[in-house]
Ligand binder design. Structure first.
Ligand code: FAD
Ligand code: GLY
Length: 403
């Protein structure tokens, strides 16, 4: 069905991960095609855009922390390059993140986290209640204390998506508005992809309208990069074990709006149950739930209630803001919460998914590392610990935690 490769690489999925890889690979001189019928409208659109390796650090995830820190260090340069290449702003804002405690229990948990952050060598500062309120006057007087991570920033993830699309277009990336049904396999090699026909293929077939392409159309490629987020485990053509064990982790999130000249807060503010991200133009993002609900994308009254309640406890002026949008996204979760990056299964297949809660943060390192892999055939050292082979034998679609 496939013929001589018309592309050096076909990227399955046009979220920030697929688009970032396509852009960087095209800049390196490769002929790149991205297949997606709703590019940028998956988890990448739903995200909060925090670039927060320090406040999102979790026990038992030290290798991931190193990758996250490397990604954060690349962000200023990456944002500047992308703005130049696309001619569009990405809303990178180095405002820091203040994690606060509402009560004594919160304060004990925050102290534990602070001690762990110190052991990890991270730049954090313990603040008393008064110091927190000096930084963020809108905080509730009852706030007991906080931890400031000056290096945890944000980007406007929706502006990032639009900028990546523009940069891809300018760099000559071919965008194919369709869905991949299966990988084309010849002998022990992946040689391209086969597109789905009309019909959306069920609830786990990804966001966006049904494609209108004829069934079975094939695109040949030197390498296929599987970057379809939480849908990456559902592509046909290979045994389930050869696909990444990725699962959807539902996140509900809210957009609020207030006057741009009276910001709710200066930087990101988070409690144990909620985070608040001010965009600087009056928009405020409040997130997010973390739910194991499969491919369910319903907004629930309970989630909206809990997010608003938790945000109000930290920043009472939330009550004055307009609720403008409710959002649901499906994070691509992996068994150890770290991404799967690199060659897998037969020759000609590379995986870039499983970025879970940090895909926006990890866009620059993922894009550069996978583009380098495509150009040289060698796995860059930085992503070597994150090879998909670490989950050999874990079936696609499970993605369940192993620890
Ligand atoms: P996606 O953006 O989901 O893109 C996958 C793409 O693949 C989609 O466009 C889809 O249409 C396409 N696709 C699916 N199936 C097929 C197919 N068969 N053929 C072709 N295309 C297909 N990360 C951070 O770093 N900071 C944050 O603050 C943050 N907040 C978040 C808040 C929420 C509520 C959520 C849900 C996520 C958040 N994340 C955050 C995580 C981040 O959004 C994800 O890790 C990241 O967007 C994953 O990008 P992706 O490109 O892999 O997946
Ligand atoms: N990183 C924030 C979230 O996933 O909700």
């Amino acid at each position: 069905m496939t013929h001589q490769p018309s592309a050096d690489a076909v990227v399955v999925g046009g979220g920030v991960i697929g688009l970032g890889i396509a852009w960087r690979a095209a800049l390196a001189g490769m002929a790149v095609t991205v297949v997606d019928d709703a590019p940028g409208r998956g988890a990448s659109w739903a995200a909060a855009g925090m670039l927060a390796p320090v406040t999102e650090v979790h026990y038992g995830e030290r290798p991931l922390l190193q990758l996250n820190l490397a990604a954060a260090a690349r962000w200023p340069g990456f944002a500047a390059e992308l703005e130049e290449a696309s001619g569009q702003p990405v809303g990178y804002r180095p405002g820091g993140t203040l994690a606060v405690a509402r009560d004594a229990d919160d304060n004990a948990a925050l102290e534990d986290l602070y001690q762990f952050q110190l052991r990890c060598g991270l730049e954090v500062e313990r603040l008393r209640s008064r110091e927190c309120r000096q930084l963020e006057p809108g905080l509730a007087p009852s706030i007991r204390g906080g931890v400031l991570a000056s290096g945890d920033h944000q980007v406007d993830n929706r502006a990032l998506v639009e900028a990546l699309l523009a940069a891809c277009s300018r760099a000559g990336v071919r965008m194919v508005p369709g869905r991949v049904a299966e990988l084309a396999v010849t002998g022990d090699r992946v040689t391209g992809v086969v597109l789905a026909g009309t019909g959306h293929g069920g609830e786990d077939a990804g966001p966006g309208p049904a494609p209108s392409r004829p069934a079975g159309e094939a695109l040949a490629a030197g390498t296929v990069v599987l970057a379809a987020g939480c849908w990456s485990g559902g592509i046909g053509g290979l045994a389930a074990e050869a696909l990444p064990p990725v699962r959807p982790v539902k996140g509900q999130l809210l957009y609020l709006r207030g006057p741009a000249d009276q910001p709710l807060c200066q930087g990101n503010v988070r409690g144990l149950e909620v985070y608040v991200v001010p965009r600087g133009d009056g928009r405020v993002v409040v997130g997010a739930t973390v739910e194991e609900q499969g491919f369910d994308t319903r907004v629930t009254a309970g989630a909206v209630h809990e997010l608003l309640r938790a945000a109000l406890e930290l920043l009472p002026d939330v009550a004055e803001l307009e609720l403008t949008e409710t959002v649901v996204g499906l994070r691509p979760g992996s068994p150890d919460n770290a991404p799967m990056l690199g060659p897998t299964g037969p020759e000609g297949l590379v995986v870039a998914t499983g970025h879970y809660r940090n895909g926006i943060l990890l866009t620059p390192v993922t894009a550069d590392a996978i583009a380098e892999l495509l150009a040289t055939g060698k796995v860059p050292e930085m992503i070597a610990p994150f090879g998909p082979a670490r989950f050999a034998g874990v079936p696609a679609g499970s993605g369940r935690r192993v620890s």
